[in-house]
Structure formats: structure tokens, C-alpha cells
Design a protein around this ligand. Structure first.
Ligand code: SF4
Ligand code: SF4
Length: 323
């Protein structure tokens, strides 16, 4: 059996809720088919009070082997570096985290908060939160830039708000079956297999993106337009597999008419949630998108956009609803 401990810090439990929806494989499959022993989890663990504390100490002191340490949420440092804003089993959570991370064969940060800080670190960062090995895009974080688990790996970051459950269970299976060394990470610690292509890859609205035709309202499935031009979609500059590995096996935000918010990138939430920046494309001079698809520049984009609008076929401007 491969032992797994899951703890939560500055978190909303969204990633845990998402995990329970995993299908390929499911959380039950992790236990029955892949031999993962979930030693303790805040929502699933059976031990309470002193029994839970005893269990945690046995792992933190290395008396009981810990293969996978999963952490959800930020590490809370306040007030004044004590971590006492987030007490757990009679100690600051950050003290558990540092000990457990050094005992674990591999450490996995689940969700944007654990990976990069996410929403809790938005200014003024009231409880002094930080990600496990990053603060937004800056390497370091709580464990430090040089941290390596016992297996010699940096923290594996699986960001998202929430994370797609199958990203989590598939990485856990890879670890549990002895293939952790095969998990290629990008330059900010994300498994490349899920975070190389963009949210836009596989989006059913690409046909409208191509011809620069904008959606004017949310929802509507794929009837009209792309959500990039007015409604703030970050699909062309967000590395995620949301339109390749569909949510609930059938849909995604953009397929349902909801813009991608870029939740797998360290800068999420973008513009620090300033009024008027959510679900609204930020523009230069009122017309040119401020943030462009990754890999292009404003001059090239504007030339291409002008040509595409002129060449746009009539169907791209129509409601193409089909029963
Ligand atoms: S910008 Fe968003 S809605 Fe438009 S094609 Fe890309 S991912 Fe889809
Ligand atoms: S579509 Fe965008 S905002 Fe939604 S989960 Fe995927 S990466 Fe995050």
C-alpha cells in the first residue's frame, strides 16, 4: 500500500469537493484498484481529536512511513509569522506542513492556493498566506525554492480553482504505481501532461475566435461568438486541459458560455479582482485587448484581427443553434 495524507490550510475545501467527483479513476478506485491507503483526510478521516493528533505525530516523526503528502490551500503565516491564525491539532498548521513535507516521498500541492497562493494572497493578504513552493510566479514559497521531497522532487503543483478531479487522481495513480519519475513538470511545477496545451485547445468556440466574432452574453452553449473579445475569456493564454478532459465527462466552462478565468496560472485571480476586471476584457484605448493569446504581440494581433473580421463568413455572425 502507498500511504497518503491530505491536509487543508487556507482553503475553501473546493478541491476536496472536486476530488469526490473524480471518475477516471475515482477516489474509490484509488483505494481498491491502485493500493492507496488514505491515512487521513479532513473530510474522510475516521480519527478525531487526540487520535488524529497521534496519527499526525507518527507521520511527522517518521515513525510511520508517508509516501504522498497532499496539501490543499495556502500555508498561513500570520499573525507575525507565528501561523496561529490556522491552528490544527493544537499546533500552527505550518509547523505540521514543514515536518510532514520533509518526511514525505513526494509532496503534491492541490489547487491554486496551495500551488501559488490563489485568492487568499490578493492584497492585503489578510492572514499572510503563501503557496507551498511559490508565491504567485516567484519560486520560494513556504518550503523554499530548493525544497525536494525524499524522492528528490520539487512540489508537484496541480493548480485550478478548483482543480479538475481527474488531474489529481491520475497523478496520484502515476505516483502509486511507481512512475513519479516520469511526471515531467513545467517551469512552475505543473505536470506537463495537463498544462501544456491551452484551455482554448478543444474549445467549441474556436470557430468564432478565428473570425473575431464576439459573444454578447453569457450562456448560450456554442450558439454565438467567442468570449475573448468582450467577456474576459483567458482561454488563449491559460495552460489547462479543460476542453480536452471535460468536466463531468461532458462539458467545460467555455462550452457552457462561461469565460475561462485563468485559474491554473499563478497570476490568478488576475488584476487582483479589481472592480470591472472580472468577466470583462481589459482593453487599450477601448478597443485592443490588453492581454493577448500567448505567443503573439499587439502589432501582429491587430493586423490579423482586421483581416479576419473582413474575411469573416456570414454564418460566423449568426446564431447557429441546432436542436
Ligand atoms: S477565447 Fe475562450 S471562448 Fe473563445 S475560443 Fe478561446 S477558450 Fe473558447
Ligand atoms: S476553464 Fe479556465 S477558469 Fe475554468 S477551470 Fe479551466 S482553467 Fe480554470
Amino acid at each position: 500500500m502507498v500511504s497518503l495524507l491530505w491536509l487543508q490550510g487556507g482553503a475553501c475545501s473546493g478541491n476536496t469537493i472536486s476530488l469526490l467527483n473524480a471518475e477516471e479513476p475515482s477516489i474509490v478506485d484509488l483505494v481498491t484498484d491502485f493500493g492507496i491507503d488514505i491515512v487521513w483526510h479532513p473530510s474522510l478521516g475516521m480519527e478525531l481529536g487526540k487520535n488524529a493528533q497521534k496519527l499526525l505525530y507518527s507521520l511527522a516523526r517518521g515513525e510511520r512511513p508517508l509516501d504522498i503528502f497532499v496539501y490543499e490551500g495556502t500555508v498561513i503565516m500570520g499573525p507575525n509569522g507565528t501561523g496561529r491564525f490556522n491552528m490544527f491539532a493544537e499546533r500552527p498548521m505550518k509547523d505540521w506542513v514543514i515536518e510532514l513535507a520533509h518526511q514525505a516521498q513526494i509532496v503534491v500541492a492541490i489547487g491554486d492556493c496551495a500551488a501559488y497562493g490563489g485568492i487568499p494572497v490578493v492584497d492585503p493578504n489578510p492572514v499572510d498566506s503563501i503557496g507551498m513552493q511559490y508565491f504567485r510566479r516567484h519560486k520560494g514559497g513556504f518550503l523554499g525554492a530548493d525544497f525536494r521531497s525524499k524522492m528528490g522532487l520539487p512540489v508537484v503543483n496541480i493548480p485550478g480553482c478548483p482543480v479538475h478531479p481527474d488531474w489529481v487522481t491520475q497523478i496520484l495513480v502515476a505516483i502509486a504505481t511507481g512512475r513519479a519519475g516520469d511526471i515531467a513538470l513545467d517551469d512552475i511545477g505543473r505536470p506537463k501532461t495537463f498544462f501544456t496545451t491551452f484551455t482554448q485547445t478543444g474549445c467549441t468556440r474556436n470557430q468564432f475566435f478565428e473570425w473575431k466574432q464576439s459573444a454578447s452574453e453569457f450562456g448560450q452553449g456554442t450558439r454565438t461568438g467567442c468570449l475573448f473579445y468582450e467577456l474576459g475569456c483567458r482561454g488563449p493564454m491559460t495552460r489547462s486541459s479543460c476542453n480536452r478532459i471535460l468536466w463531468n465527462r461532458q462539458s467545460s466552462k467555455t462550452r457552457a458560455g462561461m469565460p475561462c478565468l485563468g485559474c491554473t496560472e499563478p497570476e490568478f485571480p488576475f488584476y487582483d479582482l479589481a472592480p470591472g476586471t472580472v468577466f470583462k476584457t481589459q482593453k487599450i484605448s477601448g478597443s485592443v485587448p490588453m492581454d493577448l493569446p500567448t505567443g503573439t504581440d499587439h502589432a501582429t494581433y491587430m493586423a490579423h484581427a482586421a483581416m479576419a473580421r473582413v474575411a469573416a463568413p456570414s454564418w460566423s455572425k449568426e446564431d447557429i443553434f441546432v436542436v
